[in-house]
Design a protein. Structure first.
Length: 635
């Protein structure tokens, strides 16, 4: 199975070290006038320790680093006989020098020495303990860092989330993950939206493959900042581990919005779409991935798989549209196939047939509409004008025909309702819905159509729930093929009634079953290869046939069956026969040979009883024959 990319994930969640939060012992206005004041005080008394400290503090507050350093170092050396003054300033002066050497001069050993000296005078200063802990952390002396952070907590910083966060980092570097988690969690108890702790804890859970816990942290991060790239990227990876491709798609869409030039993000997004069977979107994302990284062979391979699957799906959709006489939709589907593969022979042929049929059907519907209108068969006339307009949305003639027949509304409404009921009876629920809605477009308060629509939606929802239960039962019995059939039907019905929740459930379930199917095939293939290698040919044949029961076109299984039996597998032969007969039926239907098309599709059902597309086409074709007979008999 193709894996999500983690190599480009930016692990630098951790913030740069800093001493934000240290409380300065004194304060000064950032103004040169105060510098002048202290300089005058020192000119009057060069041994004034307090004035020398205040000068250094003023430089520090104005971020005049070198001058602050020089003034504070001079303060510590100045007039050591004035013990009272030094008792007052040595603690804060050493603290400030430690901060300068840590934050600005990047000399951590000197910083530690100054912090130690500061603590000799101010042993209970929590800020100095915290600053020293951060310095030890950067020196990778993690045990000393933990001890310093504990001292900071003991001396007044017990409610500071930054101290717990910093201590958690030190524990992490020592491999003490239990203590790491405790520290980060305490940081978040004190400040639930403290992003550094959320990020660090999410990353730790991710590395430990505790996906649920990682997702909880990452969702909190994304809620705080929806465009946090690292959080969205990592969230996508954890959803990938759970095979929750819907949420994975959402996370990577946010990620690529922030960093559209990162190839791996587009690759992962494309992979998620692929597993959702949303192949067009997968192609779009994977094309961006290979454009950004033209040497990515794996991305090109997945792109090829997505293109092949998309072409097959659009070809399938086009044939179903033909059976419903939705030639515009069919043409659009075949054109999508040709956008993927401009040389696709079957798509070209079906596109030409559809375009020819569209023109023929449009002209036929217009002729019939005129005849029915003259014969006062208004419902039939209206239906024919409507069908003609669907085929050619720009036809002014068809629009005018609709306008003039619409005048006699009552008959039209009754006819729409009756035709909807007939379609529903035939199991053509999409057409039934369309006809009820067409009646409501003519008259929005037409109660019978509203009631029929509500009843249809209730009926289909009950069917959806039954299909869902049946599919789950099939999965429990490892009948993945039948489960896929039920979930597909469930999705189609959800689309008809516009129920996004059930459509999403069906899509997610299809994704899970396809994953199970892929894993099952992989296991059978591995066992089959081992049996073949061990010369257990009977067992190997059984295993490869199990693969082909799930995927008749599986190249590896078919190759081994050929080696084992000397002939093509029965599954492959049957699958090719099914495909041949299915497309034969489509060709016959397009040519107007409807009864022959039905026979061809019935052969498909005999070979593959679960072939839903053939069954749908048969129902459509039978409905078409009924309609033709009615028209011919003038009913």
């Amino acid at each position: 199975m193709t894996c999500a990319r983690t190599t480009m994930f930016c692990c630098a969640f951790f913030l740069c070290l800093g001493v934000a939060g240290l409380v300065l012992p004194l304060s000064a206005q950032q103004d040169d006038s105060i510098i002048s004041t202290y300089q005058k005080a020192l000119a009057a008394d060069p041994n004034d320790v307090i004035a020398q400290f205040n000068l250094g503090l003023a430089y520090y507050n104005m971020e005049r680093i070198q001058e602050a350093k020089a003034a504070l170092e001079k303060c510590l050396a100045l007039n050591r006989r004035d013990q009272a003054a030094h008792r007052e300033v040595d603690g804060p002066a050493n603290q400030l020098l430690g901060i300068l050497y840590y934050s600005h001069l990047k000399d951590d050993r000197r910083a530690i020495n100054y912090f130690r000296s500061s603590l000799q005078h101010l042993p209970d200063d929590a800020d100095t303990h915290h600053a020293m802990g951060l310095t030890y952390l950067r020196l990778k002396e993690y045990g000393n860092a933990v001890q310093s952070f504990k001292k900071a907590l003991e001396n007044g910083r017990a409610q500071d989330p930054e101290v717990f966060y910093s201590m958690g980092r030190a524990h992490y570097e020592m491999g003490q993950y239990k203590e790491t988690i405790e520290s980060y969690e305490q940081s978040l108890r004190l400040k639930p939206d403290f992003q550094p702790a959320l990020e660090a804890l999410a990353l730790l859970y991710h590395r430990q493959e505790q996906n649920e816990k990682a997702i909880v942290m990452l969702k909190r991060l994304v809620k705080l900042d929806p465009m946090n790239f690292n959080a969205n990227y990592l969230l996508g990876l954890n959803y990938y581990r759970q095979k929750n491709y819907s949420e994975m798609v959402a996370a990577y869409n946010r990620a690529v919005a922030v960093k559209p030039d990162l190839a791996d993000a587009h690759y992962n997004l494309g992979m998620a779409y692929y597993y959702q069977t949303r192949y067009d979107l997968a192609i779009e994302a994977l094309k961006k991935a290979v454009t950004l990284n033209p040497k990515d062979g794996e991305a090109f391979n997945l792109l090829g798989q997505a293109q092949s699957a998309a072409a097959e799906l659009h070809l399938q959709n086009g044939t179903l549209a033909i059976a419903k006489e939705q030639y515009n939709e069919a043409i659009a589907e075949f054109q999508k196939v040709l956008q993927i593969d401009a040389t696709h022979h079957k798509a070209k042929a079906l596109l030409e047939d559809s375009e020819r049929k569209l023109k023929e059907e449009y002209e036929a519907h217009m002729l019939l509409a005129g005849k029915f209108y003259r014969d006062k068969r208004l419902e039939d006339a209206y239906n024919e004008y409507e069908l003609a307009l669907r085929l050619d949305p720009g036809s002014q003639e068809a629009r005018e025909g609709l306008r003039v027949t619409k005048v006699q509304l009552g008959k039209l409404l009754a006819g729409k309702l009756a035709s909807g009921k007939e379609a529903e009876k035939m199991g053509d629920y999409q057409s039934a819905r369309e006809r009820y809605e067409a009646a409501l477009q003519l008259q929005s308060n037409y109660a019978p159509a509203r009631e029929a629509l509500r009843a249809l939606e209730g009926k289909l929802l009950a069917m959806i729930k039954n299909l869902h239960a049946g599919a789950k039962k099939m999965m429990a019995q490892d009948d993945l093929k039948e489960a896929i059939v039920k979930y597909r039907r469930m999705k189609d019905l959800a689309v008809i009634i516009g129920n996004a929740e059930w459509e999403e459930k069906a899509l997610a379930s299809l994704t899970r079953v396809n994953d199970m199917k892929a894993e099952t095939i992989k296991n059978y293939l591995e066992k089959g290869k081992q049996a073949y290698k061990s010369k257990a040919n009977i067992n190997a044949t059984k295993l490869f046939n199990k693969v082909l029961a799930l995927d008749p076109q599986n190249k590896t299984a078919n190759e081994y069956i050929m080696r084992l039996t000397g002939t093509q597998s029965a599954a492959k032969v049957a699958a090719e026969k099914v495909k041949e007969m299915y497309y034969k039926g489509v060709d016959l239907y397009v040519k107007g040979r409807i009864e022959e098309a039905i026979k061809a599709w019935q052969e498909v059902i005999e070979l593959d009883p679960d072939n839903q597309d053939a069954q749908i086409n048969i129902e459509r074709a039978q409905a078409k024959l009924v309609a033709i007979r009615k028209l011919t008999e003038g009913k």
